[in-house]
Design a protein around this ligand. Sequence first.
Ligand code: NAG
Length: 397
Amino acid sequence: MALRRGFASSLWLRLVWLCFLTGHIIVEAGSPNYREALSKSILFFQGQRSGKLPRSQQITWRSNSGLSDGLLANVDLTGGYYDAGDNVKFNFPMAFSTTMLSWATLEYGGKMGSELGNARAAIRWATDYLLKCATKTPGKLYVGVGDPNMDHKCWERPEDMDTARSVYSVSPSNPGSDVAGETAAALAAASMVFRKADPKYSRLLLRTAKNVMQFAMQYRGAYSDSLGSAVCPFYCSYSGYKDELLWGGAWLLRATNDALYLNFIKSLGANDATDIFSWDNKYAGARVLLSRVDYILGVNPLQMSYMVGFGANYPKRIHHRGSSLPSLTTHPQSFGCDGGFQSFFYTANPNPNVLTGAIVGGPNQSDGYSDDRTDYSHSEPATYINAAIVGPLAYLA
Ligand SMILES: *[C@@H]1O[C@H](CO)[C@@H](O)[C@H](O)[C@H]1NC(C)=O
């Protein structure tokens, strides 16, 4: 289930994110190899790829998938990332992951060394898809592909999936300022990542970001009002859409320096209280929590690394369809929707494919981790967990 998201994963996310924002990271003695962790945290995104895989694909147990995504709306929406252990493309968390990866690259790209190219490639895999979503049909922003309720009833490889690849969109009559604000943020942040590396692509990203932000600002509403069970309870914007309008406006302001966005941010009343100051309040709490950051990579009571493929002891039964089912190479026949459950979901055997770099939801409050595939809140990885840790790892590396 990508039925989000257990206590543990949100705790991770909050921890690493706050750590990233404050820039306060406590490095303990005997620290793990952060450069290796950085490399793996980025490599993970290759395991989440949808679409036609390039020759440079290094996670080789994955193959092409979702090649007809968009067909039900007569557009090409191939590419992008599966959000977690399932085979759905949810643009809301995908865009957030892209914003976070871009932010990490903007702040710490200079410290990434040879990983900088890989970080850019991970961002571009998402932005190529988000650009399609924003430009293929005038007046529409596509916000997801794949029926999550049908997908979650199956345990099958992305390469085999046969559930409806429904296409979801927002438009002036069915707005989604939450998902549009986040998409604009992602495109604007990425435009800065590519400003020098690929100026033409950067300009396309920024032009599209402005259009998407305009749509988010002009047509206010929550995407869940029109999309209902296709996005809830998976990725409802429980916090409302004002934070994404602020976030998107802030990224557009940073990317353009245009007073239009400054005035827009002011018009949201963001200066008058809660939003900004609540971040300040969290900083203090973060200091206490930070002593647990190195934790993820194995400095913990179980001496367990919660990054797959990192260190000697790491999760072997992650809640991830592709990782838990034999690859096309070893098992060419399709498993069908539910053919994978008995032998590969409800089994104590380790996953046959190592999803290198994946960070799982993590241990429970008593530092216990049962490494149980069926316990998704603890054993499922997600793009936005990894996206949030790339910056801190680059800083540490
Ligand atoms: C935490 O996980 C361990 C190992 O699976 C288990 O024995 C323990 O009961 C769990 N504790 C809580 C509070 O869930």
